[in-house]
Write a protein that binds this ligand. Structure first.
Ligand code: HEM
Length: 431
């Protein structure tokens, strides 16, 4: 007979609650559950009884061996209401067709075309920073990431819209962030209509404009039009990529700067490397390939604070795992965050140690390091994001010195894992 899936009881729940209050983060509570209950556990909140899976065996099952028995689409989720038929919330053939259509625009070969826009987007924001002023890097990196995404994938200059659509974008992200709707799926959620309408108006407008002057078609928007998709389906992909492609980079960039700010020797080492590799030139894809230490800092930031900290699915059939049975219809989550911090696979898992990714160090064991997921539905933008992060950070470190301002930060589970309430840093211009 199948064993029953462990659920937190009295003392474990108490310790989890204490961890939550101490660290202001649900993740700290989940760490207690993982430590005390193992790599599969279930929490039972009213209306919400997901099974959480942790570790390489679970990741391999969710991402590869049982992936066809798990669905991404969940009609009741706000993310499905928002993205409608976006690639992120489709299954089967519908997903595969969309993914094939979008792959070319995110292929490694395209990165050379995008590198200059990545640096340009950074410059547009960094040039607004004045000497000796504090800036919140969570806000600044969102601005950079939005400009880059819109210019590379949709060939649109987003700078005139940045302020106008700023609150609509934040509100849209809030709509899909964890909230009371998880416990109470039918809860009325007023106040979002205006923001969502504003986003739609803008996206349909750029589709119309592109249709009116069909030219180059090798960007993402051009590819979707050339593939014959109708405006609604294109809007769904544009919104999907806008959200999946900028909120993640925002989180990664701001966590990387936060970690560098907390570790001045690492900041100096990264800055020295940037100075010697760039030698005063504008960063290019070629330079990015030589920024090895910066790459390790990024890898370590992704390990400690993976922007997508869990993957969520619904079991389509009864699923066996380690002698347990996860019943069909259960919400199944695999935790990237907890997997990245398991002492069985990582020395001093809570410590910031970029050297663990240095050449010559043992590579992480399979499925223990999953910042971009894995299997056939891994992140379509992984190569884009890795180059983007390196170029943006290199350009920033080349132009300014940044010092952390003493404000506590906690990992907030929004649409991505964000450093909240922000990453205030003092800017000192170097050039
Ligand atoms: C630091 C940056 C990024 C991180 C950490 C990240 C992480 C991830 C992860 C973990 C998944 C798989 C989730 C799961 O298994 O449930 C994923 C999927 C996805 N990502 Fe990213 N991502 C990043 C950047 C991007 C960018 C730049 C884009 C687009 C331009 C993008 C678009 C997508 C899409 C569309 C999917 C779904 C793919 C599919 O289902 O076929 N991501 N991402």
């Amino acid at each position: 007979m199948a064993k029953s899936i462990p659920t937190p009881k009295g003392p474990t729940s108490l310790r989890a609650l204490r961890a939550l209050r101490r660290e202001h983060s649900v993740l700290a509570a989940l760490e207690v559950f993982n430590r005390e209950l193992g790599d599969i556990f279930r929490f039972t909140l009213p209306g919400f009884k997901p099974v959480m899976l942790v570790g390489p065996e679970a990741a391999r099952m969710v991402l590869v061996s049982s992936r066809d028995d798990l669905r991404w689409r969940n009609e009741a989720d706000p993310v499905t209401l928002l993205l409608r038929h976006g690639v992120l919330v489709e299954d089967g053939d519908a997903h595969d067709r969309l993914r094939r259509t979008m792959n070319p625009a995110l292929h490694k070969q395209m990165l050379n075309n995008y590198a200059a826009a990545m640096v340009r987007g950074t410059d547009q924001i960094v040039q607004q920073w004045r000497d000796d002023e504090p800036r919140d890097m969570l806000v600044e990196m969102r601005r950079v990431a939005l400009l880059i995404l819109m210019e590379t994938l949709y060939r649109v200059d987003f700078s005139p819209e940045l302020d106008r659509l700023w609150s609509a974008i934040l509100k849209t992200l809030q709509f899909i962030s964890p909230g009371l709707w998880i416990l109470w799926p039918g809860i009325p959620r007023p106040g979002y209509e205006r923001a969502l309408r504003q986003m739609d108006d803008y996206l349909y407008q750029i589709i119309r404009l592109r249709r009116a002057c069909l030219g180059e078609t090798d960007d993402l928007l051009g590819g979707l039009i050339a593939a014959g998709l109708d405006d609604d389906l294109i809007r769904d992909q544009l919104l999907t990529m806008l959200i999946a492609g900028h909120d993640t980079s925002t989180a990664l960039l701001s966590w990387a700067l936060y970690l560098l700010g907390q570790h001045p020797p690492a900041m100096s080492q990264a800055q020295n490397e940037v100075d010697s590799v760039l030698a005063g030139q504008t960063p290019t894809l070629e330079h990015a390939a030589h920024l090895h230490y910066l790459g390790q800092v990024i890898d370590e930031a992704l390990r400690l604070y993976p922007p997508i900290h869990l993957g969520s699915r619904v079991a389509a059939v009864d699923l066996p795992f380690q002698g347990y049975t996860i019943p069909a219809g259960t919400r199944v989550m695999y935790s990237i965050y907890l997997t990245h911090r398991q002492p069985a696979y990582w020395d001093e898992p809570g410590a910031f140690r970029p050297e663990r990714f240095a050449p010559g160090q043992p590579r992480p064991q399979p499925y223990t390091y999953l910042p971009f997921g894995g299997g056939p539905r891994n992140c379509i933008g992984a190569a884009f994001a890795q180059v983007e992060t390196k170029l943006v950070l290199a350009r920033i470190l080349q132009q300014v010195e940044l010092a952390a301002l003493p404000k506590p930060v906690y990992a907030h589970m929004g649409a991505t894992l964000e450093p909240r309430p922000g990453v205030p840093m003092r800017v000192k211009r170097r050039l």
